[in-house]
Design a binder for this molecule. Structure first.
Ligand SMILES: [Zn+2]
Length: 306
């Protein structure tokens, strides 16, 4: 399928003017190779007057959002599309409050749930693992960040970072929260995030020892010189992440929500060289119609803020 997306806000506004247009766009993303009935696998369907598709084989009616994160939403697709544009078109993304204001949403809570649903779509199912030479490092979030506005009453969270080496620069990244610095946690993350056979570069933490399917490049700090870091890429990612968490979200992120923010940061970072912001809009909507639905109840309630 040719990647078809709006290049500018004006193009997006002019194009996605109705539920019907949005539904057709999602249809093309979800069923790029043609309709597949979720019940019988039939390949032929007709649109109904209620915006559904009627399977020609089993007569089952389905919607383009059924089974995705967008199902059961009371919000129009035109609003979702605008939210996706806002999230993807701004370099640093948006906060729930920003989204509420920009889209004129009725409540902060609605904006918050939209952002959290969209974040679930930011991790592509079955995405490729990192490979080549990958730096792995750990950091803490919360507790004593400087510049945090407001209270910080939650516990510190431990975050593990993997950053691919790309010449002198950084390739793709993965971020995850881990419960502790045990061998199980560290090795588990590495197995999930990095292709076997890669070179894994870590600090001297003993729990990293015994990596079986990788070449382990263990860097033990002997001399600390100012401005130098043994894992410069991972270190750089950590500082960008913290700046983003403190800037866009003003540090108002509790540790139980942190995973979603890490996913958003990763989504954005790994696509930072995209030629067009519109392409991120396209990718996020594409992934939104690929993933499993989330019940609001399974998302932890928004913090009492604003
Ligand atoms: Zn069917």
């Amino acid at each position: 399928m040719i990647e078809d997306y709006p290049r500018t806000l004006l193009e997006m506004e002019r194009r996605f003017v109705s539920e019907q247009v949005c539904r057709q766009y999602l249809f093309d993303l979800r069923w790029a190779d043609g309709f597949v009935c979720p019940r019988c696998g039939g390949r032929t369907a007709w649109p109904t007057s209620r915006g559904l598709w009627l399977c020609a084989d089993c007569r089952h009616q389905t919607s383009v959002t059924a089974g995705t994160i967008l199902q059961d939403s009371h919000l129009p697709l035109t609003t979702w599309f605008r939210a996706v544009w806002h999230v993807t078109s701004q370099k640093n993304g948006v906060s729930a409050l920003g989204l509420q204001r920009d889209l004129g949403l009725g409540s902060y809570r609605t904006a918050w749930f939209m952002l959290h649903k969209l974040r679930r779509a930011m991790v592509r199912p079955g995405r490729d693992r990192l490979h080549g030479t990958v730096e792995v490092d750990e950091t803490y979030w919360g507790g004593e960040e400087s510049g945090v506005i407001g209270r910080l009453t939650y516990e510190k969270a431990l975050i593990i970072v993997a950053a691919e080496e790309d010449g002198k620069g950084i390739g793709r990244i993965r971020l995850h929260r881990i419960p502790n610095l045990t061998k199980t946690s560290l090795h588990g993350f590495i197995a999930e995030a990095i292709e076997p056979g890669s070179i894994v570069r870590t600090d001297g933490l003993p729990a990293y020892l015994g990596l079986e399917d990788y070449t382990h490049d263990r860097r033990v700090q002997r001399r600390q010189s100012e401005g130098e870091h043994l894992l410069p890429r991972a270190h750089r990612v950590v500082s960008l992440l913290k700046r983003w968490l403190l800037g866009t979200h003003q540090g108002a992120i509790s540790s139980e929500h942190l995973d979603y923010y890490l996913d958003e940061f990763t989504f954005r970072f790994n696509r930072r060289k995209s030629a067009s912001r519109g392409k991120l809009f396209y990718r996020l909507l594409q992934q939104a119609v690929q993933v499993e639905p989330v019940k609001c109840a399974s998302i932890i309630r928004p913090q009492d803020m604003v």
